[in-house]
Design a protein. Structure first.
Length: 80
């Protein structure tokens, strides 16, 4: 099916609004992709909780809509 991706979703709310918009318009969507700058610092392989406060709830809502989530991780490793 169709994969929705854009350069950047700034936060959880924006991504969910896009997904809900597809469903409200009865447009097919199978996957939505979070591409970059979802992390707190380059090299952190986690969501920045300031902008993505509840990833589990976001994933659950997407699954309820029949949408899978793909998260793009950039191959940067922080040497801390």
């Amino acid at each position: 099916g169709f994969w929705q991706c854009k350069l950047r979703y700034r936060n959880q709310q924006e991504l969910l609004e896009v997904a809900r918009g597809y469903k409200q318009r009865n447009l097919p969507i199978s996957v939505i992709v979070i591409d970059f700058f979802h992390w707190p610092n380059q090299g952190d392989w986690m969501f920045d909780l300031r902008d993505w406060p509840d990833p589990d709830a976001m994933i659950a809502e997407l699954k309820e809509m029949g949408i899978e989530l793909m998260v793009s991780f950039w191959p940067t490793v922080d040497n801390r």
